[in-house]
Design a binder for this molecule. Structure first.
Ligand SMILES: *Cc1c(COP(=O)(O)O)cnc(C)c1O
Length: 389
């Protein structure tokens, strides 16, 4: 099973005695023991097997095996949400006095963990600028344990060179943790560049239809062992139903991403060609400042397009209010195209200068390009640009 698509479709648990073709849903909180000795051995980790769904379940195990096949990692755990994955991947390995180096443009709730929650427990962080990689090495402290990044960034779609970053982490013996939610395992595999942990919000492109919240942490057997211990006793487990749904979704990830990306490229090209010459950001547009890097580390440009309407907040509001087809909702990675105004919604908790530092201007609009016909997506955006003028 050397090809991504085949692994995505064919990695699955052994059928039960019913010889089912599609993986069944195991809605059970616990699993029975054959006898007292097996119970003892399972609890002592002397035997592999399921005990209780907070620890493991056939559906979550199947989802993780598939994700490992797709990311090129040894092991992982499924979590109730992407944030549970981000938090657990750090809280399980860090202790009071440790320090994390993070790119400034992290997801909003990840920013809250760094700035509001971890300081309560004596875990520090330093934000480094995605545009100034030459400053990162000097920001590493003697107590730095982990580097946490997102690439492409949200919503500015800036990239971090993973080859360079993997070498930096290796040189300093740091755990490199990459939130790979925007790229998905189909477009980018951080483990190839030396990332030790890959975290996902499965809520986005992995689900792909806006139905379920979920997350995953993937990495080496050794790191996941410690993370699994932490998760087993703190309880961020994914429900079997969501695992079952998300595992099915992975079977179509490759074909969906191909279309998300071709639709996004078409939309980005249209916006760029507009006579108003808006500033548009899409990794596979030749005008993207890191286009060559995008081509090197990403299979395609991704499903998100960000652009700046000249006319600031007022114009952006008129644009959103004129949209007819696209949905106004904070999610992304859905089969339905979604438009959002980051400055007043997802990133409204940041201070003005914090937003400016990560490229979020008052006129910036982010579109998660869905699976409608690209001509219809472009037509809706075109009429809303016109109407907002
Ligand atoms: C949505 C998102 C998260 C959080 O995931 P949830 O499933 O909503 O908890 C983390 N990182 C990125 C980049 C995201 O887009």
């Amino acid at each position: 099973m050397s090809h991504f698509e085949t692994r995505a479709v064919r990695t699955q648990a052994q059928p039960s005695d019913f010889r089912e073709h599609s993986v069944p849903l195991y809605l059970t909180s616990s699993f029975t023991f054959e006898d007292a000795e097996q119970a003892r051995a399972l609890f002592a980790d002397e035997l592999p097997g399921n005990i209780y769904t907070r620890y493991s379940n056939p559906n979550t195990s199947e989802l993780i095996e598939k994700l490992c096949q797709m990311e090129g990692t040894e092991d992982g755990i499924a979590t109730a949400s992407g944030m549970a994955a981000m938090f657990t991947s750090m809280a399980a390995l860090l202790r009071s006095g440790d320090h994390v180096l993070a790119c400034r443009s992290v997801f909003g709730s990840t920013h809250q963990i760094f700035t509001q929650i971890f300081p309560r427990w004596g875990i520090g962080h330093t934000y480094v600028d995605i545009h100034a990689p030459e400053t990162w090495e000097a920001a590493i402290q003697p107590n730095t344990r982990m580097i946490f990044v997102e690439t492409p960034s949200n919503p500015a779609l800036d990239l971090i060179d993973l080859t360079w970053l993997g070498q930096l982490a290796a040189r300093h013996g740091l755990i490199l943790n990459v939130d790979n939610c925007f790229a998905t395992p189909y477009l980018q595999n951080p483990a190839r560049y030396g990332a030790h942990l890959i975290t996902h919000s499965a809520t986005k492109f992995i689900d792909g239809q806006g139905r379920a919240i979920g997350g995953a942490i993937l990495g080496s057997r050794e790191l996941i062992k410690d993370i699994r211990y932490f998760a087993r006793h703190t309880g961020p487990a994914m429900s079997p139903f969501n695992a079952w749904l998300l595992s099915k979704s992975l079977e179509t990830l490759a074909v969906r991403m191909e279309r998300h990306c071709s639709n996004a490229l078409q939309l980005a090209q249209f916006i760029e060609a507009s006579p108003e010459s808006f500033w548009v950001k899409y990794p596979f547009l030749p005008s993207h400042p890191q286009h060559a890097l995008a081509k090197q580390q990403m299979r395609l440009g991704g499903g998100l397009v960000s652009f700046e309407l000249q006319g600031g907040l007022a114009r952006a509001s008129r644009f959103l209010n004129a949209i007819k087809l696209l949905s106004l909702t904070p999610n992304l990675g859905d089969s339905r195209s979604i438009v959002i105004h980051p400055a007043t919604t997802t990133h409204s908790k940041l201070k003005e200068e914090e937003r400016a530092a990560v490229g979020i201007t008052p006129g910036l609009v982010r579109i998660s390009v869905g699976l409608e016909h690209p001509d219809d997506i472009v037509a809706d955006v075109a009429q809303a640009i016109e109407a907002s003028r």
